[in-house]
Design a protein around this ligand. Structure first.
Ligand SMILES: [Mg+2]
Length: 234
């Protein structure tokens, strides 16, 4: 793929495994909130209960569904109001809960080979990140290899909508066909990038067996494979 001049990457489940770090962050959030509230307010609080309230919020507010920061805040506010807290106390607790969650959520472990591969690629390509999550890449050590990180919460719609891909192309100052996007999600990453005229590599990090054809230019199972793919003609 010698015509490629820039790269964009998804983050969650592409550069690191996300689910485990979210669970750890949610436990830390709950422990912190327990230390701040009357015991009764947190008796029923658990992953299932939290997700049920979050689902309500998403259904009531489709306009903020892609803003994971706002959804988490609103979920916590709803929870504490449901326990009898005033609005302002609920808001304060939501802020505290989110702060601890967000700090823990950034503690991710890159997949093996990720750092070395990004270091090699960053010498030849400008690189950007496009995420539907709220990982703060530029505050992490991995951020040194990237020019920018676009988060869906700052856009009106998440991937696969073209808005974030178009913004990345503008920042990288390349034509769509000169940019290769790498991601684990067939719909959000592969179809989203292709729909914007970009090239796409499906990084099958979870050994998924796809239901139909995956419209990717290439499929990889380790990030290192990208280095060889970028040397191919075309
Ligand atoms: Mg992903």
């Amino acid at each position: 793929m010698k015509s490629i001049r820039a790269l964009t990457f998804d983050l969650d489940n592409t550069l690191w495994e996300t689910d485990e770090s979210i669970l750890i962050a949610e436990e830390a959030m709950a422990a912190h909130l327990r230390s701040l509230t009357p015991p009764a307010w947190m008796t029923e609080f658990g992953l299932e209960a939290f997700r049920a309230v979050r689902q309500q919020i998403i259904e009531e507010r489709p306009d903020i569904a892609h803003n994971l920061t706002l959804v988490r805040h609103e979920t916590l506010i709803r929870w504490f109001e449901g326990q009898g807290a005033t609005r302002s106390i609920a808001e304060n607790l939501a802020g505290e809960g989110f702060r601890v969650f967000y700090e823990e959520r950034q503690k991710v472990e890159p997949y093996p080979g990720t750092v070395a591969t990004l270091e090699i690629l960053s010498k030849d390509y400008p690189m950007g990140a496009i995420t539907n999550g709220n990982a703060d890449l530029m505050a992490m050590p991995l951020g040194q290899y990237f020019q920018f990180c676009l988060q869906a919460q700052h856009f009106t719609k998440p991937k696969p909508d073209p808005a974030m891909f178009e913004e990345a192309l503008k920042k990288l100052n390349v034509e769509p066909h000169e940019c290769l996007h790498i991601g684990d999600d067939i719909e959000h990453d592969v179809m989203g990038a292709k729909h914007s005229g970009m090239r796409a590599v499906w990084f099958n990090t979870r050994a998924v067996i796809p239901e139909g054809d995956v419209p990717a230019d290439h499929t990889i199972t380790t990030l290192e494979e990208l280095i060889g793919i970028l040397k191919l003609p075309g």
